[in-house]
Design a protein around this ligand. Structure first.
Ligand SMILES: [Zn+2]
Length: 304
């Protein structure tokens, strides 16, 4: 199969959110990995058209998880793509069928910006959805895709391996990395992040041993072990940093500012500049990442 990236131009910005197209060599069947948000729907449709794909040609839509930047357009697409089946983890399934809880939870994070960022999330009919779990293989675009449970960023997260090429679609589990950069920013939004599970998922990816990582934010990268090592190290380092700030009595805003200063210094050390930091913010901003880490740290302490 052939793999193409559609840049969804999220918030009129290049290379923030990708949708991936899987094309059979004989042109007969097409699959999509990630829909992007409803606000990018026109861009997705334009991308399909550019590749000569009709709405009827699309047979499958694979979702890594149901966050609105990855799967928000699913309901609209179920209306537009008459032959497409939607694939998702079982814990994501009820939220595709009825997105109201998901929208409520996202509204707590994004408030008044909900419409501008994500647009409307419509339900996907139950009979159009198939649940996938660890190791499940699905025929797609003349080959197969293998689902892998990869919790951590979200409990219900799947990564998809295309075994012939060793391509792994990593959703958010391999972090945020923008083209031309080596820097990996861990997306740690509330409410579900679990750093311990995430590190196990990184080890799971090492066992899968892919040839390349394809994060939704954004592109494809072949320095797999270096990439995963940096992500693992930074996740643990940022958690300790946030815990340390909490111990000193810093509030959320102070911690977010401190984390940004730390993250920007790390980017500079890797050769990036602060304008790239703003680009990364579109996929995961510091106030949101701080909220997720603080919540995880608090819950972890309550448990121990
Ligand atoms: Zn996400």
């Amino acid at each position: 199969m052939k793999i193409e990236i559609i840049d969804l131009d999220f918030m009129d910005t290049k290379q923030v959110i990708a949708s991936f197209l899987l094309l059979a060599e004989d042109g007969t069947s097409v699959s999509i990995v990630e829909t992007g948000p409803t606000t990018c729907l026109d861009r997705l449709r334009a991308g399909l058209k550019q590749h000569g794909i009709s709405h009827e040609d699309v047979r499958q839509v694979f979702l890594t998880h149901i966050h609105l930047d990855h799967a928000g357009a699913s309901g609209h697409l179920s209306e537009l793509l008459p032959n497409a089946t939607f694939y998702v983890h079982e814990v994501g399934y009820p939220h595709l069928v009825d997105p109201s809880k998901l929208v409520k939870s996202a509204t707590r994070i994004y408030g008044e910006s909900m419409d501008e960022l994500w647009g409307e999330a419509r339900p996907v009919p139950e009979d159009r959805i198939v649940i996938l779990g660890e190791g499940d293989e699905t025929e797609a675009a003349g080959g197969i895709l293998v689902a892998h449970n990869t919790p951590g960023h979200a409990y219900h997260h799947l990564a998809y391996l295309e075994p012939d090429s060793g391509t792994l679609f990593t959703g958010d589990v391999a972090g945020i990395r923008l083209p031309g950069q080596s820097y990996i920013r861990p997306p740690t939004p509330p409410p579900e992040i679990d750093v311990e599970a995430w590190v196990q998922s990184i080890n799971h990816i090492r066992e899968i041993n892919p040839a390349s990582l394809w994060p939704t934010h954004f592109g494809s990268y072949e320095d797999v072990e270096r990439h995963l090592g940096e992500l693992e190290q930074r996740l643990q380092d940022w958690l300790l940093f946030v815990e340390g700030q909490m111990d000193e009595g810093a509030d959320r805003e102070e911690i977010s500012d401190q984390l940004k200063a730390k993250g920007d210094a790390e980017m500079l050390a890797e050769g990036a500049d602060t304008s790239q930091s703003e680009h990364y913010d579109l996929a995961g901003s510091y106030p949101m990442l701080t909220d997720g880490l603080m919540r995880y740290a608090t819950r972890r302490r309550e448990k121990s």
